[in-house]
Write a protein that binds this ligand. Structure first.
Ligand SMILES: NC(=O)c1ccc[n+]([C@@H]2O[C@H](COP(=O)([O-])OP(=O)(O)OC[C@H]3O[C@@H](n4cnc5c(N)ncnc54)[C@H](OP(=O)(O)O)[C@@H]3O)[C@@H](O)[C@H]2O)c1
Length: 370
C-alpha cells in the first residue's frame, strides 16, 4: 500500500485528491497547499467521500509554501511519499479568462502563448524537485503543470525530474478512441490508437506536427479516420475553459501515479515521460515508463516531431542547461504588451515569476480602466 502526496490543491489538484480518495492501492493521501484557505476542507470532504466508498485511508493536510525549500524538504522526509501528483502553479491561466481585457491585448496574450505563463508553472515544479533533492528521498513525480516543457527543462537542469506529465496528449488519444468507437461501432478492445503529439495538438488541432496511427484488429486503419474531426468538432465543440475539464487532467495524473506504483503493465499515452518533450504512446509499470512507438517511427523521430510542435506553444528550443527559449512570434507578442523576455533561465526564475505578475497586474488594471 502506498502514500501519495498532492502538491497544489486547486482546480486540478482538487480532482486528483478526490480520485485518490476513491482509488484502491493508496492507503495514505497527503495534501500540500500554500494558503490557509480551503485545504483542510478539501481534504476532509475527500476523506468522507472515501469512507462512503468503504475505504479507511489516512488523510493529512499541510500548509507549506514551496518557496520554503527546507520546510518542504522536512515534510517530504517525514511523509516519504511513494508518488507525488504535482499541479501547483503561481497562477492558473484560467484566472485571466474572466478578467476584462481589451480584445487587442487578449489577442497578443494568446499569440505570446506560454511566454505569458511558463515561469509560473516552472518555478513551483523546480522548487519541488529541489526539495526532493534536499530530503534525499526516492519518489515518482507526476507533473501536470505544462509538463511538455516543464519536465524537459527540469530534467536538463537537474539530470532527473518528473517521471511523467499528465493530460494534454492523453486527452487527444481519448477523443480519438471514442471517435473511432462511435464511427465504426467497434469495441475499444479491437482498436489501437497511437499518437505522438504535444499540448498544442490539443489546443490547436492537426496543423501542429504529430504522428498518428490507428489499427483495428491489428490491421492499419489510419486512413479511415478523420483525425481533424476527432480532435475538433466531434462529438461537439468542447468548452475547454473553466473548471470542468480538470477532471480529465487530474484523472490522467492519478492514473499515471498509480501505474508507476503498480506492477501490472499499463499501455497508455503519457506527456513528457522521463524528460522527453510532448507526449507518446507508452507502457507504465513498476516505476518505469517505456515508449511504445508504432512500427516505422523511432524515438529520435518522435522527439523531433514534438520539438517542432513546441513552437506552436511559443517554445523555440530548450537548451542543454534547461534554459527555455521563446519563438520570435511569442517574443514579438510579449513586446507588444510591453514585456521583454527572450528566454527563461533557472538562475533567474524567481525574478521572471515576479516580473510576470507585475505585467499581469498592469494589463488587468488597464483592462478595468478602459
Ligand atoms: N496537463 C494538463 O492537461 C493541464 C490541463 C489544465 C491545467 N493544467 C495546469 O495545471 C496547473 C494547475 O492548474 P489549476 O487550475 O488547478 O490551478 P489553481 O486552481 O490555481 O491551483 C494551483 C494550486 O497551486 C498552489 N500553489 C501555488 N503556489 C504555491 C506555492 N508557492 N506553494 C504551494 N502551493 C502553491 C495553490 O495553492 P494556494 O491556493 O494556497 O495558493 C493552488 O492550490 C496549471 O499549471 C495549469 O496550467 C494542466
Amino acid at each position: 500500500m502506498s502514500t501519495v502526496l498532492v502538491s497544489g490543491v486547486g482546480a486540478l489538484g482538487g480532482w486528483a485528491l478526490e480520485f485518490l480518495a476513491r482509488a484502491p492501492g493508496v492507503d495514505r493521501v497527503v495534501t500540500v497547499k500554500r494558503s490557509p484557505w480551503s485545504g483542510p476542507s478539501w481534504t476532509t470532504i475527500a476523506m468522507l467521500g472515501s469512507a462512503i466508498e468503504g475505504h479507511t485511508k489516512r488523510f493529512e493536510h499541510h500548509q507549506v509554501d514551496l518557496a520554503d525549500e527546507s520546510a518542504m524538504a522536512r515534510l517530504l522526509a517525514e511523509v516519504r511519499p511513494d508518488a507525488i501528483v504535482h499541479s501547483a502553479t503561481a497562477q492558473s491561466p484560467r484566472k485571466l479568462s474572466g478578467v476584462p481585457l481589451d480584445p487587442g491585448v487578449r489577442a497578443e496574450v494568446r499569440a505570446a502563448t506560454f511566454g505569458m505563463w511558463l515561469p509560473w508553472h516552472l518555478w513551483p515544479a523546480t522548487q519541488l524537485i529541489r526539495a526532493i533533492e534536499l530530503a534525499g528521498i526516492d519518489t515518482h513525480v507526476v507533473n501536470a503543470s505544462f509538463p511538455d516543457v516543464v519536465n524537459v527543462a527540469i530534467w536538463k537542469r537537474f539530470g532527473h525530474g518528473p517521471s511523467t506529465g499528465a493530460g494534454n496528449l492523453e486527452v487527444c488519444a481519448a477523443r480519438v478512441l471514442r471517435y473511432v468507437m462511435a464511427t465504426t461501432g467497434r469495441p475499444a478492445a479491437d482498436i489501437e490508437v497511437s499518437l505522438v503529439g504535444s499540448h498544442a495538438l490539443l489546443t490547436r488541432g492537426t496543423v501542429v506536427p504529430h504522428h498518428f496511427r490507428l489499427s483495428i484488429d491489428g490491421a492499419d486503419a489510419t486512413e479511415q479516420v478523420d483525425l481533424t474531426a476527432a480532435l475538433s468538432t466531434w462529438p461537439e465543440v468542447v468548452n475547454w475553459h473553466g473548471d470542468v475539464p480538470n477532471s480529465l487532467y487530474a484523472g490522467s495524473a492519478v492514473k499515471n501515479a498509480l501505474a508507476l506504483l503498480g506492477t501490472e503493465p499499463l499501455a497508455t499515452h503519457v506527456s513528457a515521460p522521463m524528460g522527453l518533450p510532448g507526449g507518446y504512446p507508452a507502457v507504465i509499470a513498476s516505476g518505469t515508463v517505456e515508449l511504445r512507438l508504432p512500427p516505422g517511427l523511432d524515438e529520435a523521430e518522435a522527439v523531433a516531431i514534438n520539438d517542432r510542435a513546441a513552437r506552436f506553444d511559443g517554445i523555440e528550443r530548450i537548451e542543454e542547461d534547461g534554459t527555455v527559449v521563446y519563438t520570435a512570434e511569442s517574443r514579438a507578442a510579449m513586446e507588444n504588451l510591453g514585456y521583454r523576455c527572450e528566454a527563461v533561465e533557472f538562475d533567474d526564475l524567481t525574478r521572471r515569476r515576479d516580473e510576470l505578475r507585475d505585467v499581469y497586474r498592469r494589463l488587468t488594471s488597464e483592462g478595468r480602466d478602459a
